[in-house]
Design a protein around this ligand. Sequence first.
Ligand SMILES: Cc1cc2nc3c(=O)[nH]c(=O)nc-3n(C[C@H](O)[C@H](O)[C@H](O)COP(=O)(O)O)c2cc1C
Length: 347
Amino acid sequence: MGIPNGSEVLRAAYARQPFLLAPMAGVTDAAYRIMCRRRGAQLAYSEMVSVAGLAYASDKTWRLVLPADEEEQICIQLFGSKPEQFAAAVEAVQERVGDKLSLIDINMACPARKVITKGEGSALMEDPVRAERIVAAAVERAHVPVTVKMRTAFREGGTRAPELARRLADAGAAAIAVHGRTARQLYTGRADWSVIDEVARAVEVPVIGSGDVFCAEDAVRMLQDTAASAVFVARGTYGNPWVFDDARALAQEGTAVPQRLWPERLDALREHLILVHRHLPFMARARTFATWYLKGMPHAAAWRGRVVRCTSFEEFMELTDAIEADMRACDEALALDRPLPDIAVGS
Ligand SMILES: Cc1cc2nc3c(=O)[nH]c(=O)nc-3n(C[C@H](O)[C@H](O)[C@H](O)COP(=O)(O)O)c2cc1C
């Protein structure tokens, strides 16, 4: 079936807000997405989900895929290697997610060994015929746009993104996202934005650029320096969910990006902890992002050491109170030009 004007729908959405929360396995759960949505991320992606796994998924697995009540929309990213499994997964996702589903994205970018050894993720860049069949099978069942996320190539000398993007757009992909590294590079070296530009000029459908967007300024620069219609912010959201509103204000009004001082960062951390407590079955996930909010604060390294030992919601919240007391003491010392105090609260 597919939807004939999927590219136009997406192009209009990107024109309203071109800065998108990228899919990140182990990171972009409901709590993370809500933090970013509340600060301007409109289209937000799930963590990648296996099409093979979805067939037997428990309610606990679905909980990682489905949007929370307060989320108005979601983009779901699928990975796998079998066209018929993609077709079945598209139907299952549409049935479960319903009207909140904005699009289904197919992962042809993941470089993880356990994924590529099964011919999934970025390995599909080396098998363009299979990649086309997967897109066609998904599009046939979908009543939302189907998009693809890829790398610049699997390896130097392999099928390049501009060629594959053209073929997949012909097979029905409504947009193409490009991470400006080869799969072999993993996350090393610098992302090559010139390939993103090349893909955007090679296809009629809108292109989303990804790679080394670490702040609002980078996000705006990618839009200016390439022909991409939208930009994925991935690691640049760590401890900085404000990046979406900041990038939009910078792009549209030229507003300088504000500095986020500790009171705002600590409030955001508490808000995020409450969201995890409310929406997720596991609190330990908070250890990772909690440390991101502390970056740049006095005593950050010492507090990080305590964060990673927290297990319950109550422990995390008590810790934020202790950090706040410490930040106030540090502010006072700085105002009086005295050395920073030792951390006030024992371990
Ligand atoms: C922890 C982590 C998990 C990721 N998981 C996914 C994923 O599930 N699907 C995907 O397409 N990309 C995934 N990515 C790649 C990002 O979406 C993005 O393309 C990449 O990080 C490059 O952007 P950046 O340099 O601005 O971080 C992941 C990246 C990170 C850091």
